[in-house]
Design a protein around this ligand. Structure first.
Ligand code: FMN
Length: 164
């Protein structure tokens, strides 16, 4: 069996749904940030979070900081959900335009790489998530069944890497 685990934080359930599908593809379990198991035995740790105001959610940043020391010498794969992962982050509009996705992965990596010997895989996943905020709804139906199948395929891809 693949020695991997999927961890996530999720406020409204989008990231949780994706985490479960990635875990299904890998054939392993997924855990909310409040129930993180002992990571010692895992070769691959898949880490997920979501975006708030163009950056990693506060709960996401906190749990990554909390576990980063335990990731030494492991492989890590990253994923997230957000309203507009491919949109240009407003802070970069007037300089070098960067997408929310690029900045999100960068900030997740920055957190876990500190003082660590971690291998962050190039394989990553993101998709849109439903949002309801200030009385407005957007991305109704996301993550869609298709996106969830892509998440499962991502898990299968990671499994292939571990087994290679
Ligand atoms: C207060 C708030 C601010 C958000 N800000 C952004 C944002 O700046 N950019 C973005 O792409 N998505 C933004 N989102 C959307 C969330 O990232 C998206 O709904 C995500 O899928 C939520 O994940 P969850 O359901 O796992 O909590 C925001 C959501 C909330 C509630």
């Amino acid at each position: 069996m693949v020695k991997a685990v999927v961890l996530y934080n999720s406020r409204t359930g989008n990231t949780k749904k994706v985490a479960k599908k990635i875990a299904e593809g890998l054939g392993v379990e997924s855990f909310d940030k409040k129930k993180i198991p002992d990571l010692q035995d895992f070769e691959l740790v898949v880490l997920g979070s979501w975006v708030i105001m163009g950056r990693i959610s506060f709960g996401g940043a906190r749990y990554l900081r909390r576990i980063r020391k335990k990731l030494a010498s492991k492989k890590v794969a990253l994923f997230f959900t957000s309203a507009g992962p491919d949109e240009i982050h407003w802070k970069t509009e007037k300089t070098v335009p960067r997408t929310i996705g690029e900045l999100m992965f960068e900030s997740m990596e920055r957190i876990i790489n500190q003082n660590q010997n971690v291998t962050v895989l190039q394989e990553r996943f993101y998709c849109k998530g439903y949002i309801k905020f200030g009385g407005q709804e957007d991305n109704i139906g996301h993550p869609t069944d298709e996106e969830l199948e892509q998440a499962k395929a991502f898990g299968e891809q990671l499994k292939g890497i571990l087994e290679a």
